[in-house]
Write a protein that binds this ligand. Sequence first.
Ligand SMILES: [Zn+2]
Length: 123
Amino acid sequence: MKKRVDLDYNIGSGWLAPWLEGLRSGQAVASTCPTCEDAFFPPMRSCPICRLPTTGWRTLNGHATILFRTNGTDGDAAMVQFDGASGAAIAKTEGLPADATRVLIVASICDPPVLSLATEPTP
Ligand SMILES: [Zn+2]
């Protein structure tokens, strides 16, 4: 016997909730180590140096340096490192000038949110 079952469910953000909310609001939120106080963006569940769970969150200034850029079949992307954090994140770079080296996080319009970047304003 076959019977169709409809199931509504919600996948929670879990421990990444502060990071995901930051992506939605345009803030770079990094996980932090309680011992060495290093910050990680994208967030890491444990510190690679101290080998302890990261237990806190820190809002960074939102500025990042482009480390690498690539052109793929599904669009342009870059690896960026945020000021004040260890690690590097990948983001789409459509709309960024080809010579841009500095970027700023902006609010994601996607759901679920993705890392969204804009050119850093000139002083
Ligand atoms: Zn640490």
